[in-house]
Design a protein around this ligand. Structure first.
Ligand code: C2O
Ligand code: CU
Ligand code: CU
Length: 509
């Protein structure tokens, strides 16, 4: 089986007659012109995940989730086996409010063990949904906790030891929107599915028969599994008709391994209003934004101008690796889109002919309670490494490490005192960029290579990209939840790296 090339796929979607037979024909088309001012390039309406506000029972809000197997028609007439939550692919957007007491009943119906992790939420370790909370097939796991977040976007995805990459690739993931008193009062686009859109950005590889079976090569485990077909909310080549002037996009990089540099095809500017775990204090005007796997950002774009335009990811050199000349022979995989030298066209935005004017957005969004370096109780450092030579046997427990160690569920790597404020120094001596993610806390980036982070990173974060030879320092307070038994995780959010061992665990006691 060889995989389906993006060019072939495009030609079929264009003629809208994609079939298994046609897929095998193997046509090759010329490269897409990257920044063409879009006529109508995409033919599929963007899927908008169902909005699930839960149901009130007394003072609890209950969410019922079932992880299930299904089939998705990515290509006309071709059924692809996928997995999702309350559906065949991906899952509903869960909407919660700061202070809510929630209970999530997670039923596993996929025929094998998995977990569901609440990425970014500050919750007790035993409800975190990481490797220590497996849900067997047929069982229901019911964590309950209080939402203690500033307004922002979070997400859920499986986190089973060694299986995270596969289960996410198959389609299990969804967004969580948290609102708070402050965010509800802000004059921002807020009509879900109309001018306030969650966008789960991913990429996949398809085989000729339309399947997207997870079969990473050795190269994929080193570089991360990078697809050549971009998807937004699980839709290939989607368009969205904007009925209002300002469009708020809640962006999640839900890819296994790809780093995206998101921009619009006509290079129009937009305003970033949120990071992973909070609003920015004020909007930050930019033309592009880099999101690595696990990271989120909210942006507001003005669709005025008359033309359709594309949300795309510029070709990022090296995909899973950034700005690092890999050059090594073993990295010469045939799968990354960089070889095609084309951008990923994620979403075509079509301004409606008489779109409604929107009020301008506020200049002040929130206040962040900045932690003081003088109050630091402890500093720790985390070095991410990869052994790349022919001697680096995958699965040897040495190919992907943090501080020289590969993940061991029976080993606690760090123990933190409840209520301590810590500085973590992240470094990376490999040739790949690694998005470092920590559970439990939202942190504040202090510096990159000694310099203050740019304004788009001055919000609360739980995932940060650490480039080769870069040193990133952050500060965080580990409060509220102590547990002698259940640890939290920290890891690289390139899921192949995580599964290959680039993960550790800490207790808060
Ligand atoms: Cu998004 Cu430990 O995970
Ligand atoms: Cu997480
Ligand atoms: Cu990594």
């Amino acid at each position: 089986m060889s995989k389906l090339s993006i060019f072939n796929r495009r030609s079929f979607l264009k003629t809208s007659a994609l079939s298994v037979v046609a897929l095998s024909a193997g046509l090759v088309l010329p490269k897409l012109s990257a920044f063409a001012s879009a006529a109508k390039l995409h033919n599929n309406p963007l899927a908008i995940p169902a909005l699930d506000m839960g149901t009130k029972q007394g003072n609890k809000t209950i969410f019922n989730l079932e992880i299930q197997n299904g089939e998705t028609e990515f290509f006309k007439g071709v059924k692809t086996k996928t997995r999702g939550v309350n559906g065949a692919l991906l899952g509903p957007t869960l909407r919660m409010k700061n202070g809510d007491d929630v209970q999530l009943n997670v039923k596993n119906s996929i025929g094998e063990t998995t977990t569901l992790h609440w990425h970014g939420l500050h919750i007790p370790a035993k409800y975190d949904g990481g490797p220590h909370q497996p849900i067997k097939h047929g069982e229901t796991w019911s964590p309950e906790f209080t939402i203690m977040q500033k307004a922002a976007n979070f997400w859920y995805h499986p986190h089973l030891m060694g299986k995270t990459a596969e289960h996410v690739w198959q389609g299990i993931a969804g967004m969580i929107i948290v609102d708070d008193e402050e965010s509800e009062k802000l004059s921002l686009p807020k009509e879900y599915g109309v001018d306030d859109i969650p966008l789960v950005l991913q990429d996949r590889r398809f085989f000729k028969d339309g399947s997207m079976t997870y079969k990473p090569s050795r190269h994929d485990i080193m570089a991360g599994m990078i697809g050549d077909v971009p998807l937004a909310n699980g839709t290939i080549e989607p368009y969205f008709e904007a009925k209002k002037q300002l469009l708020r996009l809640r962006l999640l990089n839900g890819a296994n391994a790809s780093i995206y540099e998101l921009a619009f095809s006509d290079n129009r500017s937009f305003k970033q209003i949120a990071t992973d775990g909070s609003m920015l204090e004020k909007p930050y005007e930019i033309n592009s934004i880099i999101l690595s796997p696990g990271e989120r950002a909210e942006i507001v774009v003005d669709v005025s101008g008359g033309n359709n335009f594309m949300l795309l990811s510029k070709p990022v050199e090296g995909g899973g690796m950034m700005g690092g000349g890999m050059g090594s022979g073993m990295m010469g995989g045939s799968s990354s889109r960089e070889e095609y030298g084309i951008p990923f066209n994620f979403l075509e935005i079509r301004p409606a002919e008489n779109f409604q004017k929107s009020p301008s957005i506020p200049s002040k969004l929130t206040n962040i309670n900045w932690l003081d370096e003088k109050q630091v109780d402890k500093e720790r450092s985390f070095l991410m490494s990869m052994q790349m030579g022919p001697m680096a046997m995958l699965g040897s427990g040495k190919s992907h490490t943090i501080n020289g160690k590969s993940m061991d569920m029976k080993r606690i790597d760090e123990t933190i005192k409840l209520d301590d404020i810590e500085i973590w120094e992240l470094s990376n001596d490999s040739n790949f960029a690694h998005p470092f993610h920590v559970h439990d806390v939202q942190f504040q980036i202090l510096s990159r290579n000694g310099k203050k982070p740019h304004a788009g990173e001055r919000g609360l974060k739980d995932t940060v990209l650490v480039n080769p030879n870069e040193i990133v320092r952050f500060i965080a307070k580990f409060d509220d939840f102590a547990d002698e038994k259940y640890p939290y995780m920290y890891h690289c959010h390139i899921l192949e790296h995580e599964d290959a061992g680039m993960m550790g665990q800490f207790l808060v006691v």
